[in-house]
Write a new protein. Sequence first.
Length: 192
Amino acid sequence: MTNDAPPRIGDLLRIAAADAVPVVGGTDDASLDAPTPCAEYDVRALLNHLFNVVVNFQVLAAKGTPDFSETPDRLSGADWRELFGTETGKLVEAWSAPGADEGTSGAMGLPARTVGAMVLLDLTVHAWDLARATGRTFEPDPVVVAELAGEVERMAPMGREIKVFGEAVELPGSATAFERLLATTGRDPRAR
């Protein structure tokens, strides 16, 4: 008997967190005002956005109602890098709980697995944004990229409509799976 079930969101988030947390932790204070591939965010704003996502998607894993009404500045304390690691660990735990990726996410009214894929995408793509903004490279685990590829294609029309994705970027046939994923979100992985 084979198990053809897709990987659990909690397992995928654990893999993604292992790649993303060091990128956040390695961000120097001197680069906080640097621009990012997300035109609306500098590095500081991107980090605060990512913190907000990580904290609120813990609530969504438990089918609760998150509060996205404001984005607090979590970078004011000296230990913000450690705090990000802690909160990301809580995110992984929340999505690893039995039933977290089943049914419907109450507040968003979407399949819980789709909501889990949203935070997986943010953790992955924003880690790339952060690495790019600070002169580093980032290559997520292929398992995460493979799981996100179909989700991103499904999310793209809605993502463009609500302005969280830009228009898709054309890439050559030699593009990697991760480059194609970035391009679908409106990022140009080959631009410098």
